[in-house]
Design a protein around this ligand. Structure first.
Ligand SMILES: Nc1nc2c(ncn2[C@@H]2O[C@H](COP(=O)(O)OP(=O)(O)OP(=O)(O)O)[C@@H](O)[C@H]2O)c(=O)[nH]1
Ligand SMILES: [Mg+2]
Length: 495
């Protein structure tokens, strides 16, 4: 029990003991008074009073317990099953997508979120076949379709765009499971991950519930890296050693052993499987050529085991990953959008600042800094970043920024900078209304940019404080071309 409670209990005990003593003595008096009339009545009266007292005490004790009992910690209810977690995360992503103002960007992300919602709803399992060019991805997809569904004509050769096939696998997880198998364009040996086509393949690989990573020999470095990357980000993968018909049985086992060795720590040994998706044609004794059947039974068995054991979890965790990515993409767009809106506000206020200054009689250089930071601008910037800043808070923020700018002698620095830009000397510059106005505008800009950094970092000036932020913005805005351009607008607006 905590200390304040202990004290409370001690005081309560003392008071109750006192009250009990008083009650007993007055009860005694009451008894003798009534007993003078009738002893039976006296006994009854005392009994009644005692019962009433006990009842009152009981009620008191009950409320005391309600008040003093140890509070149970409030349990935050997390959605329990993986697909509920995915659903919640998808909802959050959708919420973010709806905040994007750019029509085209929003629609693109909305389409992605719709596709995810549909997968969540339908629970279709997506398998993506991935690997270097000519590893036999298309041959494998055809073989799988041939074995698992209706036969499909094998069209081999370079796959240009990804192709997705839909098949139903009967009797999985107490119902028919729909599976999507996607054939991807191959990664180029030389191009590694950089190519546009490879990017498309990589995006598809990322969206897979299960990845079939097809190779036709030992694992090359250009294959190992993407495989390690995809497995590293949690992608459930099988390493499929295709064209194993080109090797003698013992060679095949050797290669398989090497592959398992190479991928130890990355994936389980049974997730490395040898197949022949489209074995080389064989010549019969009479000279005719026949196309042997694919050898992919081991792979199908492994795939079905994974589907059965991990299928729904894989779908859920993949959807979770996808919606987190969607969120991240939406956030990036929102950041850009906010930046543009904030930029407009700063642009507007910098000339307001200059105008206000032009209306006041000759300011001292230090006053410039104070005049430049407009609290209303802070309020508006805050709003862009979803923060409601009161005008009072904004004033406090503005004052501390103005002080920092004064401490850094930014007003003087700005005037010098602009004087150089205008090719006049500092004395002329200080006296010139144009330079004063331009300096005010310039400092407003630095202030606004600093506040953008502050709001972007969730109202935090960062480890190195407000001064470092202001200094950095000053450095960023003093490039020659920028100053020239700025002066041009200043002359246009202020004269
Ligand atoms: N010997 C043998 N050859 C195979 C096997 N599987 C595929 N091939 C051959 O490998 C070549 C390439 O096969 P594809 O299926 O087109 O390869 P891919 O990975 O889809 O190639 P891209 O679409 O260009 O990336 C073809 O000539 C196939 O006949 C196999 O199991 N054994
Ligand atoms: Mg292909």
């Amino acid at each position: 029990m905590r200390r304040p409670y202990l004290l409370l209990v001690a005081i309560a005990t003392l008071i109750s003991l006192g009250a009990l003593l008083i009650a007993v003595s007055s009860l005694g008096q009451l008894y003798s008074a009534v007993a003078a009339v009738s002893p039976l009545l006296a006994q009854l009266t005392v009994l009644l009073v005692v019962v009433a007292l006990m009842g009152a005490l009981g009620v008191l004790a009950y409320y005391g317990w309600l008040f003093l009992r140890p509070r149970r910690k409030r349990v935050v209810t997390l959605p329990e099953t993986p697909d509920k977690v995915a659903a919640v995360s998808l909802q959050a992503a959708q919420q973010q997508v709806s905040q994007i103002e750019d029509e085209i960007a929003r629609q693109a992300l909305a389409a992605r979120s719709q596709a995810l919602a549909q997968r969540l709803e339908e629970q279709t399992f997506q398998i993506v076949v991935f690997g270097l060019g000519s590893a036999g991805k298309t041959a494998l997809v055809n073989a799988l379709l041939g074995e698992m569904a209706a036969p499909v004509a094998a069209t081999l050769g370079t796959t240009q765009v990804a192709q997705t096939y839909r098949i139903g696998v009967p009797g999985l997880a107490n119902r028919d499971q729909e599976i999507l198998i996607t054939d991807t364009p191959g990664l180029l040996e030389a191009g590694e991950f950089g190519e546009e086509r490879a990017q498309q393949a990589k995006a598809l690989a990322t969206s897979a519930d299960l990845l079939l990573f097809v190779i036709d020999n030992d694992l090359h470095r250009v294959e190992y890296e993407p495989l390690a990357m995809l497995v590293g980000m949690g992608k459930r993968s099988l390493l499929v050693f295709n064209k194993s018909d080109r090797y003698l049985p013992e060679e095949r086992e050797q290669i398989l052993g090497r592959l398992r060795e190479r991928t130890r720590g990355l994936m389980a040994a049974e997730d490395v499987v040898a197949i022949a998706a489209r074995p080389s044609p064989a010549q019969l004794a009479d000279g005719t050529m026949v196309q042997p059947d694919p050898t992919i039974a081991d792979l199908i068995e492994r795939m079905l085991t994974i589907l059965r054991q991990e299928g729904s979890d894989l779908i859920a965790s993949n959807l979770l990953l996808q919606s987190q990515r969607l969120s991240a993409d939406a956030r990036t767009l929102i950041t850009v959008q906010r930046q543009q809106q904030a930029e407009k506000i700063v642009d507007r206020y910098q000339w307001i600042g200059a105008g206000v200054l032009a209306a006041t009689p000759l300011p001292v250089v230090d006053m410039l800094a104070t005049a430049a930071v407009n609290a209303q601008m802070v309020v508006e910037l805050g709003r862009v970043y979803g923060v409601e800043v009161s005008i009072e808070e904004a004033k406090t923020l503005a004052v501390s920024l103005a002080k920092t700018m004064a401490a850094l002698s930014l007003a003087k620095g700005a005037m010098k900078l602009l004087a150089v830009g205008l090719q006049v000397n500092l004395a002329t510059a200080v006296a010139s209304k144009l330079v004063q106005g331009a300096s005010a505008a310039y400092l407003t800009r630095i202030a606004g940019k600093s506040f953008m950094v502050y709001f972007q970092a969730n109202q935090d000036w960062g480890d190195r404080g407000i001064q470092a932020v202001v200094e950095q913005q000053y450095q960023l805005n003093r490039r020659d071309e920028f100053v020239k351009q700025f002066l041009r607008s200043a002359i246009e607006k202020l004269t």
